[in-house]
Write a protein that binds this ligand. Sequence first.
Ligand code: NAD
Ligand code: LMR
Length: 340
Amino acid sequence: MASEPTTVTITGGGGQIGYALMFRIAAGDMLGPDRPVRLRLLEIPQGMRAAEGAALELQDCAFPLLADVDVTDDPLTAFNGTRIAMLVGARPRTAGMERGDLLAANAGIFGPQGNAIGAVADDGVRVVVVGNPANTNALIAAASASPDIPSERFTALTRLDHNRAVGQLAEALGVAPGDIADVVIWGNHSATQFPDVSHAILPDGMPVLEALAERLGGEAAATAWLDDVFIPRVAKRGAEIIEVRGSSSVASAANAAIDHVRDEQLGTRRGLTSAAVVSRGEYGVPEGLVCSFPVTSRGHDDGYRVVEGLDLDERARARVAASVDELALERDAVRALGVL
Ligand code: NAD
Ligand code: LMR
């Protein structure tokens, strides 16, 4: 193998998304064809057998880039020297559980995992939180890893929402998804998110808004489609998948997590993408909230940077503010639990 393997830790390694992630990572889809990986799968005792079974299958694939696989239920072992941590395992919402109960249950997972990352991960670790409520779980993990690991190394996944928005636009415009650049997801990975197409363009530079107006019969029709169809569809796509499939998104979530880490590590290609990062006050979002913004990365361990200076009209600002208010409420609920 060419270089020292990069240690990638997946929590919830015995679960659905973990299973969809690990084979693609081992095949080189995330870090490229020249970077060998060492996988660490963290589970709780009940999930260990499933993770161990997946590890056997990984061995049977004989991936040239896969140096080794460890399965453990000990966070200190799982995060020891890790460079990329993908926090997928979370406590799902069950019948009768209030949002506060869900936040508390997940604080009990992401707090200790953040502590362990702070104690034993590589100084250059980058963390993406997938497990819901992803933004606030990332906030908890980042606070718990502080001061050993700077909070900007923690992100949460909104790339799935971003990809969903691109997919819906591509279908509406009759173009390929790769033709659409500069869509932005603002806010929380929840139904309050704001999928924003006002800066999106096609390869010839034509604004997506203009293309939609042409295709749908005028500006008013395009605005109505965005408000009544596109925004709710993207924002509630997770619920639609659960209803149609009978369980939450798996392959598309794993694919988005791979896109997120790949672009962060290797650099964004055309235009910007979306990721939830720790706010430094950009666009008036209170400092410290983990909020989805327009971002780019130059790769080379630079991480995601918020693209500043995009114009937001009054309606857009109100939509961003509504989602940011929800993030602030989640943060306050976690604070009230004494977690932050
Ligand atoms: P799953 O139930 O199939 O797997 C979760 C796994 O996590 C289980 O094997 C469980 O044993 C494990 N786990 C629980 N607590 C753990 C802990 N403390 N440490 C390590 N492992 C632990 O669920 P899934 O379908 O893989 O989804 C995982 C999470 O991802 C859920 O919270 C889901 O809501 C979320 N999700 C997020 C997005 C997104 O875009 N951000 C999209 C889809 C799903
Ligand atoms: C998704 O967006 O598909 C998931 O976050 C939905 C969920 O609640 O797991």
